[in-house]
Design a protein around this ligand. Structure first.
Ligand code: KIV
Ligand code: ZN
Length: 517
């Protein structure tokens, strides 16, 4: 029968401790609610002794979270344990997670203690913590590099002292799946009372093996997996929980285990963590990256349109991603172009496919990625208007100061007319954006603004890529310049021109409907 894997999330402890600026209580609470909706069994939400701020957030989260077990970290000292218990005590149910290094290198150069002293500290700390709760997890820090005889010894002592979850961290991401699996197997075979505790694993990704090691540990007997959303954490990060959870689901026939995670919440949770932690998700990241469900080459796109299973082992909607994306680039075939036209509601006889495909390839060669609104203009706007830039920058003047007030004065060609406006904002981008909206009267909402350096000193250029929403549709703009303010102005103008062209299609459709020329 399938056994359950307990999902232990440490985004708010191990993940958060690696951020450049720590999160406030409000942000942590927002992430905790997202994790609760996702259905994690245990969430480790801080290390209360480390700072008053950490104490406060653990204390707040402990009172609000009802459907996941809340846990906090403590070293093997009475003070750490008292403070962790004080932070947690208003929770309906809580766990104290105690850790102590067990590897020779940590003992010698960090703690300057011998293994007998470590055993003594472990026994005392676990017994002491039991006065607050009987839900105790004990972690052998750097277990991946700990002598296996010592590891078996301390695990047995920890269970005898009252720990009911034993965590085996590969703290420095040093092991390979085969090695790590063998550690778990040895514990199962050599610790006589191992069945009195749940074996947990906690893998770091220094060699890119955190997820592989966690999955092998399941096959060797681990029943709790620790990790973080998007794999955030110390150095190269922790095991990415979304990857482990989906591997468990997709490889159920081999692993014979399940989790209680609500898979459809995965994408939303990942986005929340990325935004609040200010850590962008790599485009090609498994499960939650922007390209995880995008198909680019003509052969793949054709294959997916015939049967999604040709190139998809999991359905995007199963992790809460709304749609499969067929990127339109010069590698796309006619099938992808037709698919996008159909998605926008056009029938084959509404447009000339041969001509559209020829124009599409020409534009894709120039522009890289083509969007659905580009296809529409190619299909329906006359050749003269196709590449017209209705809005053109004549001049701009932008100032900002340390009081947080910026002003943008912009002169813009709107067709043949020159329009001018000055606007304020709490930063230069906000001021530019307001001035351009006022002039063009196009009510756009800025959804994404990204600035990247291109090239090397002294010739670095600033590329600005933006996405705006307008009438329930996303439009993209991009610009490159040595002056990032100029790239910002021209990227917004670029998007406004894309919208203008798209509006020409709508006007044309309207005129056609009422038989005007
Ligand atoms: O990586 C590690 O060893 C840890 C422990 C505190 C569990 O984060
Ligand atoms: Zn860790």
């Amino acid at each position: 029968m399938n056994q359950k894997i307990i999902i232990f999330d440490t985004t708010l402890r191990d993940g958060e401790q690696a951020l450049q600026t720590s999160l406030g209580v409000k942000e942590k609470l927002q992430i905790a609610f997202a994790l609760e909706r996702l259905g994690v069994d245990v969430m480790e939400v801080g290390f209360p002794v480390s700072s008053p701020g950490d104490f406060k957030s653990v204390h707040t989260i402990a009172q609000k979270i009802k459907n996941s077990l809340v846990c906090a970290l403590a070293r093997c000292t009475e003070k750490d344990i008292d403070i962790a218990a004080a932070a947690l005590h208003l929770a309906d149910n809580f766990r104290i997670h105690i850790f102590l290094p067990t590897s020779e290198i940590h003992l010698q150069s960090k703690l300057k203690k011998n293994f007998d002293q470590i055993i003594e500290m472990t026994t005392h700390a676990i017994r002491y913590a039991r006065k607050y709760t009987d839900n105790i997890e004990f972690s052998c820090e750097d277990a991946g590099r700990t002598n296996i005889d010592n590891l078996c010894r301390i695990v047995e002592i920890a269970i005898k002292s009252g720990a009911n979850t034993i965590n085996i961290p590969d703290t420095v991401g040093y092991t390979t799946p085969y090695q790590f699996g063998k550690i778990i197997t040895s514990l199962c075979n050599r610790v006589p009372i191992i069945d009195k505790a749940v074996i947990s694993v906690h893998c770091h990704d220094d060699l890119g093996m955190a997820v592989g090691n966690s999955i092998t540990a399941i096959q060797s007997g681990a029943r709790q997996i620790e990790g973080t959303i998007n794999g955030i954490g110390e150095r190269a990060g922790n095991a990415a929980l979304e990857e482990i959870v989906m591997a468990i689901k997709i490889k159920n026939d081999i692993l014979n285990v399940y989790t209680d995670i609500k898979h459809k919440e995965i994408y939303r949770t990942s986005q929340i963590v990325s935004k609040l932690c200010n850590l962008p998700i790599p485009t090609n990241k498994a499960i939650v990256g922007e390209n995880a469900f995008s198909h680019s080459s003509g052969i793949h796109q054709d294959g997916v349109l015939k049967n999604r299973k040709n190139y998809e082992i999991l359905k995007p909607e199963n992790v809460g991603v709304k749609e499969v994306k067929l990127n339109l680039t010069s590698r796309s075939g006619r099938a992808a172009v037709k698919y996008h036209m159909k998605e926008m509601g056009y029938q084959n006889n509404d447009y000339d496919m041969d001509k559209l495909y020829k124009d599409f390839l020409e534009l894709a060669d120039k522009k890289g990625q083509v969007f659905d609104y580009d296809l529409e203009s190619l299909a329906f706007i006359t050749t003269q208007k196709k590449y017209v830039e209705f809005f053109k920058l004549k001049n701009f003047y932008v100032t900002s100061n340390s009081a947080g007030i910026a002003t943008a004065s912009i002169q813009l060609y709107c067709g043949k007319k020159i329009c001018t406006y000055s606007a304020n904002g709490n930063g230069p981008i906000a001021a530019i954006y307001s001035a351009l909206i006022y002039i063009t009267k196009v009510p756009i909402n800025l959804e994404k603004y990204q600035i990247r350096a291109k090239g090397h000193n002294p010739n670095t250029l600033g590329q600005v890529d933006i996405i705006v929403s307008y009438k329930d549709r996303n439009f993209h703009g991009t610009a490159l310049s040595a002056d990032v303010i100029e790239s910002s102005v021209t990227a917004i103008i670029n998007v406004l021109n894309n919208i203008w062209r798209s509006e020409q299609v709508i006007i044309k459709k309207f005129l056609k409907k009422y038989n005007h020329k």
